[in-house]
Design a protein around this ligand. Structure first.
Ligand SMILES: *Cc1c(COP(=O)(O)O)cnc(C)c1O
Ligand SMILES: [Zn+2]
Length: 416
């Protein structure tokens, strides 16, 4: 059974029955899923969750899906890694990485699409679609294939090859649009009005965004049922950022964890940092910008949830930081070289922002800190191509090997 009560307008509080609606008819505010938390109390417990599968569906009771069929490609329940090497370098005693690179389509987007595609099926849609900065394309195409639904995926035409192939492989109708993500999104809003399709991040967005809450639940469960002291989360639309916080607070409201004191800090690339810019100006007014960064998965110039992300930063005592593209590449390499995790550009943004916030004392040495690593580096190889040590190229002899090593100043001498 589902504990969903209704959809509620985040601005005026008007309620709507469950349906593929996303804006309030009266004030144009965004709609959000409302639950029967009283009904959940005592039913949704640490034990009931622990009995569930080792995927995000162990939190099914906290998600807006009914009893019907789920589109399940086993998203979620990804590793939480203790990052002692990186922590030591940054001066942090208790640093963890939530490694969402290892989801089925290699990014955290599988969490949101799992909910949105299951809901689309429940609503009776036969076609799913999305406007994507890249990772969503891969995930919608994968879930569409698993569901046997017709699938339309719209992407900006300048996307990384790993994301184009990572979506095309599942056989969707893939549409590369000349323009930025914000242009793609505008086009898709028009198409959503015209065709009876479930656009996962447009008309089923209230359900889609709830999938991100599982990144709050999982971290709390993996820490032994406690919330972190500080969370560093990359921001595109700002939705993930707000939902991690919502997930933690739901657990606290149900008595599953202690009251949440997690400080929420957001990370963006300087080439697309409308939320960080507003934060720095102590404003809740987001000024849309035209993105220019290698962190394409975060390149949303007009972030739909930016205002709510700023509210969460303020309410939680967190902060926000933007980093240059050079720092993004440094961040990717630092993470790989210290912790063995190869993240995409968004992960580089998160690590570089964490480094900045730790250096300035915003992230404190004794805080239990979790950095959210949300996408896989094999999808954004362009970012590091030509910036890594070249392999030695040799004939298959011992002499050739030893000569080649001796010639390279950047390698340590050989010792037997
Ligand atoms: C989409 C995405 C995000 C964040 O997206 P929001 O729109 O802020 O929810 C973060 N990291 C990666 C890798 C993404 O693809
Ligand atoms: Zn309203």
């Amino acid at each position: 059974m589902s504990f969903v009560k209704s959809l509620v307008c985040r601005e005026c509080g008007r309620e709507y029955p469950e349906s593929p609606l996303y804006v309030c008819d009266f004030c144009f505010g965004p709609l959000e899923v409302k639950y029967d938390y009283e009904g959940m109390r005592g039913v949704v417990t640490r034990e009931s969750i622990a009995r569930g599968p080792l995927t995000m569906w162990r939190y099914r009771d906290l998600l807006p899906v009914g009893d019907g069929h789920l589109i399940d490609i086993a998203a979620g329940f990804t590793p939480l890694l203790k990052a002692d090497n990186l922590g030591r370098l940054l001066g942090l005693c208790e640093l963890y990485l939530k490694n969402d690179c290892v989801n089925p389509s290699y990014s955290f987007k599988d969490r949101v699409v799992a909910v949105a595609s299951s809901k689309a099926l429940e609503f009776g849609f036969s076609t799913i679609a999305c406007a994507s900065t890249g990772n969503l394309a891969c995930s919608v195409a994968a879930h569409g294939a698993k569901a046997g639904m017709r699938t339309y995926v719209f992407i900006p035409s300048d996307l990384e090859q790993g994301k184009v192939i990572g979506a095309a492989i599942y056989g969707p109708t893939l549409v590369a649009v000349d323009g930025s993500y914000d242009d793609v999104n505008r086009l898709c809003s028009e198409l959503a009005d015209r065709y009876g399709w479930a656009f996962v991040n447009i008309n089923v967005r209230p359900y889609y965004s709830e999938g991100s809450k599982t990144l709050g639940y999982e971290v709390a469960e993996q820490l032994g049922w406690r919330a972190p002291d500080h969370a560093i989360v990359p921001m595109a639309s700002g939705s993930l950022f707000t939902k991690v916080y919502k997930g933690l607070n739901e657990l606290a409201n149900l008595g599953i964890i202690d009251p949440v004191r997690t400080r929420m800090s957001g990370a963006q690339a300087a080439g697309c940092s409308p939320i960080v810019t507003a934060y720095e100006h102590k404003s809740f007014n987001i000024k849309p910008i035209k993105p220019n960064t290698i962190a394409k998965s975060l390149a949303i110039g007009n972030p739909a949830d930016g205002y709510y992300a700023l509210k969460v930063i303020a309410a939680s005592g967190g902060a926000a930081a933007a980093v240059t593209d050079d720092e993004v590449v440094e961040g990717i390499k630092l993470l790989a070289e210290t912790e063995g995790v190869f993240a995409e550009t968004a992960g580089g943004v998160t690590v570089a922002a964490l480094k900045k916030l730790a250096a300035s004392g915003v992230v404190r040495p004794d805080e239990l800190t979790v950095a959210y690593i949300t996408g896989n580096g094999l999808k954004t190889q362009e970012a590091v191509m030509g910036k890594l040590k070249e392999p030695l190229h040799i004939k298959p002899t011992v002499t050739a090997f030893e000569e080649a090593v001796a010639q390279r100043k950047d390698l340590a001498p050989l010792s037997v």
